[in-house]
Design a protein around this ligand. Sequence first.
Ligand code: PHB
Length: 363
Amino acid sequence: MSTSTSPLFAPFKLGSIELANRLIMAPLTRNRAGPGRVPTDLAIEYYRQRASAGLIITEASQISPMGQGYLDTPGIYSDAQIDAWKRVTAAVHAEGGKIFLQLWHVGRISHTSLLPDGAAPVAPSALTAKSKTFTTEGFVDVSSPRAMTLDDIRSTIADYAQAARNAITAGFDGVEVHAANGYLIDQFLRDSSNQRSDEYGGSIENRTRFLAEVTDAVVAAVGAERVGVRLSPVAPFNDVADSQPQALFERAVERIAAHPLAYVHVIEGATGGDRDIDPSFDFAALRAKFSGAWMVNNGYDHAMAESRLAAGAADLFCFGRLFISNPDLVRRLREGRALNPLDAATLYGGGAKGYTDYPFLPD
Ligand code: PHB
């Protein structure tokens, strides 16, 4: 059997931490949190099994009760959640792995049945997404949101900062600000979902302000080298669109690049789908705005990661579905071994099946 000597499998310095390799486990919603939106013992085992990734980015985790949009997703705002996450980070660190927590606020992609006292979701503007969410009743249309006040914006930015501090308390190596996939920050960025007339809406400068202020606050809370940001410039996921995506996302990267962030993470296609939805989008121009580590995602396989790394197009390669079905993905790719198939029926919700029972290669 041949073992690859590619730099994909060599250590990579990310701020002050050293990753064992450049293969990153993507943030993946699995809807298996327990009562109180607390990660369970199964989550500890799931992440421990995948600790040979260069870095694990956890499933999206809400920064506050109002940040939740789907059934049984975990949070990072309560003491019980922090304590449970401590056990996850300890398990991953005991295996020599590194782990960031993804900070999430869904904005309008939610349902009153999931929110405190049946509240309406909050969003930049009172525009209902043509999108579904998953509740105790199964897949349902999202609820109509109310537009955030300036006080809501200020307190939500404070929630991001507190959630980042909570993540560090829980032992995470850093946090990833989820600014992708049509959730709250992306809703502020795009002109289809942001029709505000104050300093958070209208011009690209105004629409990138919320992202910039959240990033500033999270960086102030935990330090830039412990912060990554994830963007999805071409993904129409969750009913978002923009009239000038190239200019918008170049300015977005420019603003967050005011900090020496751990990395910028870009989804290069449609979330969970096609890579070639907007072939005119210039990702190289985006990358040119940031001098730190560039992480990419969306439909990568080993050969693609090798060729993009050799071309100097990215530093870190994020795999989602492959890491779900192959806890030892790094070894399998390094040794050119077969991969386990994914069971799509067990992605969301349930227990160990399709979560912690995918087989490892024999020793
Ligand atoms: C999902 O729950 O389907 C989901 C969550 C976060 C994402 C994308 C999809 O960024």
